[in-house]
Each structure stands twice: as structure tokens, then as C-alpha cells.
Design a protein around this ligand. Structure first.
Ligand SMILES: NC(=O)c1ccc[n+]([C@@H]2O[C@H](COP(=O)([O-])OP(=O)(O)OC[C@H]3O[C@@H](n4cnc5c(N)ncnc54)[C@H](OP(=O)(O)O)[C@@H]3O)[C@@H](O)[C@H]2O)c1
Length: 376
């Protein structure tokens, strides 16, 4: 699909990403192609995800949605991802209003750009402010899981990037959401800007297997180790770049990738594989050519470091990139890639979920009517 993009770069990025999530292969025609390509890269969408061209004949206007009313957001967490999301939402005042932000250290959040009038040092206080949707970005299992649960019970939509909670309690929370008639969306919990969940759900029933590089920290660390750094030095660089989890052991021992595998397996096969083997990268000595690969069929899943041949489609997954290969019953393989972590790609995925909440909840029209999705 060839689309003519508006001059407002954030809106162009959100619109293009919405189409990619729906499975469209997008060529974006722009009067400022360099600037648009840079904005897309910042959001984790490089040339493998979308082609940007100066002018294209036959381009149709990128659908831009006009909200019927603003979505009120209670934001829990103003860390790596929360800071980025708050800034994105503040750029869209006609579409979103952040009514409260919860953190532990209010002063730090103020220094990082959060307005003092919105800040609370307790999630429950933030949730006492009026809101339509809760965005949970505090991470960890508790209190995040109980906050999500109580929000769903209070009939609030929830968007989260929390793979630990969704891997562990996703099905239970989805039942609660269904019973309450609200939505629970968690695209950002797997793959950053890579539309892994959306694609697997679209092909559910036809998926034979998937395999991928799903943990940006391991990837980044293995790259640095292959370049000569010690494990702890490489981890410190990943933390400085905002990729690593608060507790990087979960990245290094394969837990983070295994949690993502579980979430993807549910989307692809409707269940978690009965056997799941997990091995991390802590004991890798020679990191050259090694990637932490998560692979899964309906019956068995595995996360382990693999020395890949140079020509393997996952071998060149570099830095914070994530890749996913999906084998379908008809013998074809779908390939996805995008930046898998970091402030802006993760914030973009959360924002896309917020647009979906707004659309499905009837708060604004959907970006539909574009014909059939192609490719992945
Ligand atoms: N970073 C990434 O690249 C990435 C990618 C994909 C998914 N995710 C997921 O996104 C979520 C957030 O990650 P992050 O990297 O943004 O985390 P982070 O930088 O550690 O930020 C966490 C934020 O939550 C606040 N917080 C933590 N516990 C709290 C509590 N009990 N009450 C109130 N506030 C609390 C912290 O406040 P203080 O700063 O005041 O302590 C901080 O503002 C996690 O679930 C993570 O797995 C992250």
C-alpha cells in the first residue's frame, strides 16, 4: 500500500505503524523523506518495516483519525517507557489527556519532565483521578498484577508492556476484562515495535512454528561481548541504553525471552507448550555468531543461545533489533523485524494499543476501510 503522509511527523509515524500492525506492507510517500525515515527509525521502524520515498504516484492519503472525544489516561510509571509515552501523549492534546502519573520518586519524575500537578507517589492515588484507561508501566509482578486486576474489575481499559504479568496471569486477566466489557492490550510486552502478537493472532490456526530473537538486551550484550567486552561491561552498556530490565538477570538467564515465548505461543496456538526448556547467555564464552533464540511449536518451546550460520535469517539480528520467523501450514514463512526495546519503540507500541482501545471502545472512529492487508 502506498500512502501519502502528512507533514506532522508524529502523526505520520502513528498512522504508518497502525497500517503495519494490520499487516499492510507500507510505502510512505513524503515531502520530507529524510525526516520521516528518521522519525520512523526512532520509533523502531527501519527500512525493513517501511519504505519511504519522496513522491509516489497513486498514493492514497494516510488515514488520520479524528477523535470524537479525548481518552483520559492514568499513567502508572514514568521510567524509560513511561517518560517516552508521556511525551508522545503530550504531543496529541486533542486525542489524549493524562490525568495522573504514579511513580515512587516524585522529584525525579519532575526532573524528567512530568508536571508536578499530575504526580502521585502511590498508584492507588493516581487511580483515584478520573480516567478511561490505565497504562501500567511500573514493571515487575507485584503490585502491577493487582493494579491491573483491580482496574479491570473497576471497568477500566488497561494497556501494559508488562511481560511478567501477562505471561504469568494473562489468561486470568483476559477473562476479567471480557467479563467487565473492557480491553486488556499488551502489544509492547513482546518485540517492542515489532507487531509480533498482531501477526500471530491474524494467522492463528495456520501457524506450525515460530522462532525468533526476542530479547534485545541479550542481543546487545552478545554483540558487545563478541567485540571484546566482558559480560558485566556489556550489561552496563545495555542498562545505560535503556534496554535492560531493572533486574538484568531476567534478560541474561532467558526468563524474559521465555515469558515472551509464552505470550506468543498463546497467540499462535491458543495454549502454552507443555515442554519449555530455558537456557540463558550467562555461560556463553565465545559470543561470535551467537543469538539467544526462542523457538516454539504447539507442543514444545525452547530458549537457548545458538551459534547460527552466517546465512541464517536470524544471524544478522543486531543490537536492539528483534526478529521473528513464522512458519505457516502452507509452507510459507513470514519474517518480521523491528527495534525490540528502548524508550521510543516501546512507547510507540503502547500508543498504538491506546489508539486501538479508543477505536474499539467507540471513543473515535477506526482506521479502517483500506482494503485487505497484504504480506505479514
Ligand atoms: N525498557 C524497555 O525497553 C522495555 C521494553 C519492553 C517492555 N518494557 C516493559 O515496560 C515496563 C516498564 O519498563 P521501564 O523500562 O520503563 O521501567 P523503569 O525505567 O524501571 O520505570 C519504572 C517506573 O515505574 C515506577 N514504579 C515502579 N514501581 C512502582 C510502584 N510500586 N509505585 C509507583 N511507581 C512505581 C518507577 O518510579 P521511580 O522511578 O520513582 O522508582 C518508574 O517511574 C516493564 O514492564 C518492562 O518489562 C520495557
Amino acid at each position: 500500500m502506498i500512502v501519502a503522509t502528512p507533514s506532522n511527523l508524529p502523526r505520520a509515524v502513528h498512522g504508518i505503524y497502525a497500517l503495519i500492525r494490520q499487516g499492510h506492507q507500507v510505502v510512505a510517500s513524503s515531502e520530507q523523506p529524510g525526516a520521516l525515515a528518521a522519525a520512523l527509525r526512532e520509533a523502531g521502524l527501519g527500512p525493513a518495516c517501511v519504505e519511504v520515498v519522496p513522491h509516489a504516484s497513486g498514493a492514497q492519503p494516510l488515514p488520520i483519525v479524528e477523535p470524537q472525544r479525548r481518552l483520559r489516561v492514568a499513567l502508572l510509571g514514568h521510567g524509560t517507557v513511561g517518560t517516552g509515552l508521556y511525551r508522545r501523549l503530550a504531543e496529541l492534546p486533542d486525542q489524549f489527556t493524562v490525568t495522573a502519573i504514579a511513580v515512587r520518586d516524585v522529584r525525579k519524575a519532575e526532573r524528567n519532565g512530568a508536571p508536578a500537578r499530575l504526580l502521585h507517589n502511590e498508584c492507588r492515588l493516581a487511580l483515584s483521578r478520573p480516567h478511561d484507561v490505565v497504562v501500567e508501566l511500573i514493571g515487575g509482578t507485584l503490585p502491577a498484577a493487582s493494579l491491573i486486576e483491580s482496574s479491570l474489575r473497576a471497568r477500566k481499559h488497561v494497556v501494559t508492556a508488562n511481560k511478567a504479568v501477562i505471561a504469568g496471569r494473562g489468561p486470568y486477566l483476559e477473562v476479567l476484562a471480557r467479563e467487565a466489557g473492557v480491553q486488556l492490550l499488551y502489544s509492547a510486552s513482546v518485540g517492542g515495535a515489532m507487531p509480533a502478537l498482531e501477526t500471530l493472532r491474524r494467522h492463528a490456526g495456520s501457524v506450525v512454528a515460530f522462532s525468533g530473537v526476542l530479547n534485545a538486551t541479550s542481543n546487545f550484550v552478545l554483540d558487545r561481548m563478541a567485540a571484546g567486552l566482558a559480560l558485566n561491561e556489556a550489561v552496563a552498556q545495555a542498562q545505560a541504553a535503556g534496554y535492560a530490565e531493572a533486574d538484568p538477570r531476567l534478560d541474561l538467564d532467558g526468563t524474559d525471552a521465555a515469558q515472551k515465548l509464552v505470550i506468543l505461543a498463546r497467540a499462535a496456538f491458543g495454549c502454552v507448550p507443555q515442554r519449555l526448556v530455558q537456557e540463558g547467555i550467562e555461560h556463553v564464552r565465545d559470543a561470535r555468531g551467537v543469538r539467544l533464540v526462542a523457538s516454539c511449536t504447539a507442543g514444545a518451546g525452547e530458549v537457548r543461545p545458538v551459534a547460527l550460520a552466517a546465512g541464517h535469517p536470524l544471524a544478522s539480528t543486531a543490537g536492539a533489533e528483534n526478529r521473528l520467523l513464522i512458519q505457516l501450514r502452507d509452507g510459507s514463512t513470514l519474517s518480521l523485524s523491528a527495534t525490540g526495546a528502548g524508550r521510543w519503540p516501546t512507547a510507540e507500541a503502547v500508543l498504538a494499543d491506546l489508539y486501538d482501545v479508543a477505536g474499539r471502545a467507540g471513543l473515535r472512529p477506526q482506521t479502517s476501510g483500506l482494503g485487505h492487508a497484504v504480506g505479514a
